[in-house]
Design a protein around this ligand. Structure first.
Ligand SMILES: NC(=O)c1ccc[n+]([C@@H]2O[C@H](COP(=O)([O-])OP(=O)(O)OC[C@H]3O[C@@H](n4cnc5c(N)ncnc54)[C@H](OP(=O)(O)O)[C@@H]3O)[C@@H](O)[C@H]2O)c1
Length: 256
């Protein structure tokens, strides 16, 4: 690594015109991230699983030069499908500058009732898919003179221990530590960071466990998709000196 190369990578990393793939971008937090990055001038690429129609609405809202944002549909629980999706992106010849691994699964299963299928259901998407998306995304970003940026969505559940979510907590703690490993593996060209959301309710806004969590939150309110998107945008656009880090966007709930 020569000095010249390092100084090129130290240039400001504007989001303007950057091609950034967001997984699970059709709804909820992923949708907020896509709309926010688009508003900041990024050319977003949207991944979706089943929610094609919602993804098309987000794509229309994120259009560029009269064209809707491209949609890449893939089942992230299958590594072959991840490889196919990144192959499609490579075949466009337009490259990739950034990746937001947002797609995830969440399901309550008491530890004494957990089956192998329950475990794999969560880990295949929350941890294994994040690894292979990072690997495939980094390969494309390494080809860019300006390097790349990866942000992985982890969770407060990767920091705090939840008894009925041992598989989920383990997967998200895995994302936090894997982010650190990959930050070293992909340095200096690609930074890898994580955002750990706290309580970001959508349909569940008035459920008792959500209201109880909000009551405990030092910020005094639940988070929004926009709260998460702002921090994702920061980690994508910083100059490159922040890598391997996790920022909790939880209103201080991890402190309680
Ligand atoms: N909401 C919260 O309070 C909260 C708290 C902590 C952490 N987080 C994390 O933040 C991220 C976003 O949260 P969210 O609540 O917005 O997530 P979500 O709605 O539960 O899931 C986001 C998307 O993930 C996609 N997905 C799941 N399994 C997939 C698969 N096998 N293949 C392809 N796509 C798949 C789905 O896409 P399709 O609909 O297109 O199938 C889904 O819309 C997640 O990683 C989550 O763990 C959220």
């Amino acid at each position: 690594m020569g000095f010249m190369e390092t100084s090129t990578l130290a240039s400001p990393w504007s989001l303007e015109g950057k091609r950034i793939l967001i997984t699970g971008a059709a709804k909820r937090i992923g949708r907020s991230i896509a709309l926010h990055l688009h508003a900041k001038g990024a050319r977003v690429l949207l991944h979706c699983g089943h929610s094609r129609q919602e993804a098309e609405e987000v794509a229309a809202a994120c259009s560029w030069q009269g064209q809707p944002a491209p949609i890449h549909q893939a089942d992230l629980s299958k590594v072959d499908d991840i490889l196919r999706m990144f192959g499609e992106i490579r075949d466009t010849g337009l490259g990739l500058d950034g990746l937001v691994n947002n797609a995830g699964r969440f399901k309550r299963v008491p530890a004494l009732e957990m089956t192998e299928a329950d475990w794999d259901f969560i880990h295949s998407v929350n941890l294994k898919a994040v690894f292979f998306c990072c690997q495939q995304g980094a390969k494309l970003m390494m080809e860019r003179e300006t390097g790349g940026r990866i942000v992985n969505l982890s969770s407060l559940g990767g920091i705090r221990a939840w008894g009925d979510y041992a598989h989920y907590c383990a997967s998200k703690a895995g994302v936090i530590h894997m982010t650190r490993s990959l930050a070293k593996a992909f340095s200096p060209k690609v930074t890898v960071n994580s955002v750990a959301p706290g309580i970001i309710p959508f349909e569940a806004r008035n459920e008792p466990h959500v209201l109880a969590g909000i009551q405990l939150t030092p910020a005094g309110r639940a988070g929004t998709g926009e709260d998460i998107a702002e921090t994702v945008a920061f980690l994508l656009s910083q100059s490159g000196m922040v890598t391997g880090q996790t920022i909790a966007v939880d209103g201080g709930l991890n402190l309680v």
